[in-house]
Design a binder for this molecule. Structure first.
Ligand code: PEP
Length: 248
């Protein structure tokens, strides 16, 4: 893990009301953040404005879980990049498997979202990952290569974080083995280099306090995107500490 690039980002998904978020903040002891580790939280849209300032005081960056690609207009139910900036967001998760699979988000939509996020000054955390069937039939690298092709005509200097999240490991309690993580991250870094991007690559998929140290210690892993274990301040901070140990 390169020393100044580590990010631990919590994805709350469709969880969290204000009272729960304030309890979480009350228990979150992370200021100052451990050396070389950046911390970010992606609560639901409804909490962004309320959490911006308190998170800032704790040295935690704010992000959103999705964005629409138009700046404004008749798009009922959608949130624009400008609105995310206005709410204090620095990051936005794009291409999470739950959006690709449940909301049928296409690569074409994703391309537009990436461009819109960059235009507004947001840093996308682009998620890629294979399904179990693809892992089992040996097509993982081909699937990842296809997902990464979205970066083909993108300027390599664009602010970007990548998250490798095997779909079969998300929310299942199963994690990729350190060997699988090391091998797949090496492939992703090689592919990114070919595409002219030098961005950090996080691992995501059932990261918890018990496995964080082993996963964060894998070569080519530069942090984690954490779902379930980010809902409790204590387990989230244990993962942050495991990452700090891995980069030290
Ligand atoms: C995620 O939401 O990106 C994720 C990895 O979830 P979990 O940690 O719960 O598997």
């Amino acid at each position: 893990m390169s020393s100044n690039r580590c990010l631990i980002a919590g994805n709350w998904k469709m969880n969290g009301i204000l009272e729960e978020a304030l309890d979480f903040l009350g228990e979150l002891e992370c200021n100052p953040a451990p050396e070389h580790v950046e911390i970010a939280l992606m609560p639901p849209f409804t909490l962004l404005h309320s959490l911006c300032e308190p998170l800032n005081e704790k040295d935690v960056r704010l992000g959103a879980q999705n964005v629409y690609y138009e700046p404004r207009g008749a798009f009922t139910g959608s949130i624009s990049p400008l609105m995310l900036r206005d709410a204090g967001c620095q990051y936005v998760i794009l291409g999470h498997s739950e959006r690709r699979d449940i909301m049928a988000e296409s690569n074409k939509q994703l391309s537009s979202k990436l461009a819109a996020a960059w235009a507004a000054g947001l840093e996308p955390i682009l998620c890629i990952g294979e399904h179990l069937e693809e892992r089992e039939n040996g097509t993982t690298n081909a699937v990842l290569k296809k997902q990464l092709a979205i970066l083909e005509d993108v300027d390599g200097s664009a602010a970007l974080t990548l998250a490798y999240e095997p779909v079969w490991a998300i929310g299942t309690g199963k994690t990729a083995s350190p060997e699988q993580v090391t091998e797949t991250h090496a492939f992703i870094h090689q592919e990114l280099q070919r595409l002219g991007h030098d961005c950090r690559v996080l691992y995501g998929g059932s990261v918890n306090p018990g496995n964080a140290e082993a996963l964060m210690g894998c070569p080519g892993v530069e942090g984690a995107l954490v779902g379930g274990a980010s809902l409790k301040a204590d387990s989230f901070m244990q993962i942050v500490k495991a990452a700090a140990k891995a980069v030290s």
